[in-house]
Design a protein around this ligand. Structure first.
Ligand code: OAD
Length: 249
C-alpha cells in the first residue's frame, strides 16, 4: 500500500496530544449536502444577500425561512459519512480533540464527536427574532413564515453575513487553536472570516497543519501535507496510517 501522507507527518500526528479539526461544507458533501462555492454549490444558484443576511430576512421572511427549513430537512435526512466517523474515532487517541466547524448540519454530533464548536450556529434550533424564544426546528409552527405567540417570526440559529460569531465558541476555538499541536482542516475554501483566521492562529502556535480537500485552496501552501481527495476516502485511509504509528509492530 502506498502511503497517503509522508511518514514524518503521520508519525507527528500520531504523537499529538491536542488536536483541532476545522471543517467546512466539504466534509458533508459525501452525505449529500451541497457546498457553497463549488461549481454546483449553493452560492452558484442563490445569492447570499437574498438569503443569508438580516436584511434579507427583514425584506422577505417567508422566502428566507422556507429556504432554511428546506436545508434543515435535508440535514435531518442526511447521514454522517466515513469522514465524520473517522474524526469522531480519533477521540480514542488524543487527550484533547476539538472539532471546530462552520457547518450548521449537526453531522459531527451525530457521528459521535463529543466536543464540537459550531462557529456558524445550527439549523436545528430556531429563535424568535422578537422575543428570543427558542424552538426546535422539528417543532416549528406550520405557517410560513413560522410565527411566535408574541407576534414575532422564528429565524434559524445560524450566523448570517454581517452578524457576529457566537463569542464563547469563537474564543474557545481560538484558544484551542493556539494550544493545538495538530490542526487538520477539512473541506473548507477558507475564505470566510473570522473563521478562516483560525488557521493562521494554529500555524502561529506551531501546530502541524494538514489539509484534506480535493481542490487547492489559499491555505494549501501553508500545510505540512495535503491529502488531495474527498474526505470520506482520505480520512479513513489516513486514520489507518496514524494507527500504524501509534502501535508500531
Ligand atoms: P465552501 O463551499 O466555500 O468550500 C467547500 C470546500 O470543500 C471547497 O474547498 C471544496 O473543494 C471542498 N470539498 C468539496 N467536496 C469535498 C469532499 N468530498 N471532501 C473534502 N472537501 C471537499 O464551504 P465553506 O468553506 O464551508 O457561511 O464555506 C464557509 C462559509 O461560507 C459557510 O459556513 C457559509 C458560507 O457562506 C455562512 O452561511 C455564514
Amino acid at each position: 500500500m502506498s502511503l497517503l501522507a509522508p511518514e514524518a507527518v503521520s508519525r507527528r500526528a500520531a504523537a499529538a496530544r491536542r488536536a483541532v479539526v476545522f471543517t467546512g461544507a466539504g466534509i458533508s458533501q459525501e452525505s449529500g449536502l451541497g457546498t457553497f462555492r463549488d461549481a454546483d454549490g449553493l452560492w452558484s444558484r442563490f445569492r447570499p444577500e437574498d438569503l443569508a443576511t438580516p436584511e434579507a430576512f427583514a425584506r422577505d421572511p417567508e422566502r428566507v425561512t422556507s429556504w432554511y427549513i428546506e436545508r434543515f430537512e435535508q440535514a435531518r435526512r442526511a447521514e454522517p459519512n466515513a469522514g465524520h466517523r473517522a474524526i469522531a474515532s480519533w477521540e480514542r487517541w488524543f487527550p484533547s480533540l476539538v472539532v471546530v466547524t462552520q457547518n450548521v448540519d449537526r453531522l459531527h454530533h451525530r457521528s459521535g464527536s463529543s466536543d464540537v464548536l459550531e462557529l456558524h450556529g445550527t439549523l436545528w434550533t430556531w429563535r424568535c427574532a422578537r422575543c428570543g424564544a427558542k424552538r426546535d426546528a422539528a417543532a416549528l409552527p406550520e405557517q410560513r413564515p413560522p410565527a411566535c405567540v408574541c407576534g414575532g417570526i422564528f429565524r434559524p440559529d445560524v450566523v448570517w453575513f454581517g452578524e457576529t460569531l457566537p463569542l464563547a465558541e469563537f474564543d474557545r476555538a481560538a484558544a484551542e487553536c493556539r494550544r493545538a499541536d495538530l490542526f487538520v482542516v477539512v473541506g473548507t475554501s477558507a475564505t470566510v472570516w473570522p473563521a478562516a483566521g483560525l488557521i493562521e492562529t494554529a500555524a502561529a502556535g506551531g501546530a502541524l497543519i494538514v489539509e484534506v480537500n480535493p481542490e487547492a485552496t489559499p491555505l494549501s501552501g501553508a500545510a505540512a501535507c495535503v491529502l488531495r481527495g474527498p474526505a470520506g476516502e482520505m480520512l479513513p485511509r489516513w486514520s489507518r496510517e496514524i494507527e500504524r504509528w501509534r502501535s508500531p509492530a
